[in-house]
Design a protein around this ligand. Structure first.
Ligand code: ZN
Length: 309
């Protein structure tokens, strides 16, 4: 487009009403999003070397999907595919809205808000959320080293999304809702591991932590005796911060306050979702960790999902 045409369009903007401008903004946002998503897909296309179905490298371009994504056909197994095959986004529609969905997610918008803003239905909003969350959940964390803080925390269990909700709720009567235990450990370099478990037992703590801490580390915990066994079976130094005389820090640097702060922030951030089903808690833990580690980019989740296989 010539600069002149562009200038002419820009001068006409003054005539638009607020409603018109909003409509225009949506159109422009969609186009920008589509371009960016398109670029990442194109990059993936360039690096395609084999058919994802049978690994043959004899394939050819074969028209486009309804979304306008290049389709390929394998000459060996005759199946078709596109560059997103193997990612959580394969067969997801409306790619022009993915980027904005991600931005909304990044800022903690609820499923309903995302649906409203983008004109998609609640089911789609839900499916997208969990497609984007797959990538951060699949990231493998190296065993923690250095000064490690470990603890358990509990979150009120939500039965949202469970079919047996009503019968269960009645049976429990007036008793308090159960709390779900979460085991968590982090080091001072910002690596975090967590696991949602059935019960807060020594076996679960050992299973969670033993294979995931490096020899030569220093393990900081509270007085929970389960950690003694973890420390004994691994070559780590164990600093137990037992609440005697309100001592919270040992030898100036050993404490579990980084972890306590981290979990406090996670729980605060979780309140906006008003109860998340237990089976989804790992996703929300991983999502939060991902945001903490990629604070610069609100599009990170999208691009992570597109490269995740
Ligand atoms: Zn094939």
């Amino acid at each position: 487009m010539s600069t002149q045409t562009l200038r002419r369009i820009l001068t006409r903007l003054d005539d638009l009403t607020y409603a018109d401008l909003k409509k225009l903004k949506h159109e422009v946002d969609d186009l920008i999003s589509q371009n960016q998503v398109g670029e990442v897909i194109a990059e993936r296309e360039d690096s395609l070397t084999e058919c994802p179905h049978c690994c043959s490298n004899d394939f050819t371009r074969w028209g486009f999907t309804k979304q306008g994504i290049q389709r390929f056909k394998c000459k060996a197994c005759l199946q078709t595919f596109n560059a997103l095959k193997g990612t959580p986004l394969y067969r997801m529609r409306m790619s022009q809205k993915w980027l904005r969905y991600n931005e909304l997610m990044w800022h903690g918008a609820t499923l309903r808000k995302c649906a409203l803003e983008l004109g998609i239905n609640l089911r789609t909003s839900f499916r997208w959320r969990h497609a984007f969350l797959k990538a951060p959940s699949n990231i493998e964390v190296q065993p923690l080293s250095g000064v490690i803080e470990a603890d358990e925390t509990f979150i009120n269990e939500s039965f949202k999304g469970r079919r047996i909700l009503h019968r269960d709720a009645r049976k429990r009567g007036g008793r308090k809702a159960p709390k779900t235990p979460i085991l968590i450990a982090l080091n001072r370099e910002g690596s975090v591991i967590h696991e949602v478990v059935d019960r807060n037992t020594k076996e679960n703590i050992c299973q969670f932590l033993q294979p995931r801490i490096a020899d030569g580390s220093v393990l900081c915990t509270d007085g929970n005796k389960s950690y003694i066994e973890v420390a004994n079976t691994r070559k780590v130094d164990h600093k137990r911060i037992v609440g005697l005389d309100n001592i919270r820090v040992v030898e100036d640097i050993y404490h579990i306050q980084t972890l306590n702060n981290y979990m406090m922030h996670w729980k605060e951030w979780m309140t906006r979702f008003r109860g998340v089903g237990r089976e989804y808690l790992p996703h929300y833990l991983s999502w939060f960790r991902y945001m903490k580690q990629h604070e610069q980019s609100d599009q990170g989740l999208l691009f992570a999902a597109m490269t995740n296989t």
